[in-house]
Write a new protein. Sequence first.
Length: 176
Amino acid sequence: MHKSKTIVKPQKTVKQNDLDKNKSYTLSLIVNQTPKKVFIAAANPKQWWSEEINGSTNKLGGIFTYHYQEVHKARLKVTEYVSGKKLVWTVLDNYFNFTKDQTEWKDTQIIFEISKLGNKTKLIFTHQDLGPHYECFSVCQKAWSFYIKNSLRNLILTGKGQPNSKETITKRKSTG
């Protein structure tokens, strides 16, 4: 009787970090609203992300800044603007006060893809390359989940989002 041999070839080891670099953070919403209304809401982050947004968010080539206390600052550019369909922001500069690597988010894209789904509209939000390899991932994932699934959704459906409030600077009176 003849025995067959099983040949086991060693598999190439892939490091988890290599896999994570190709991942992006994605969320989706389906809402009872028109693609135009969904797009208009997404293109106005001051109404759902933060009142501390300055600059142009609703035209191709527009540059705007985001600021949250001394925790997070970013400068973004609108690199794709297809009304009712797609909006892309490219992160030009970014700063977190809680990460060692200050390049996190830099050169990533924040993408809003909008499509008709029957009598509803589907929004796919993707923060390209935001994955577990980023030190900020846990915090960013929770934040984006709130801003997209709650604040942006509410803005689309009710006309009122829950952006971070505008910061007020209080000056102390000099006593002297």
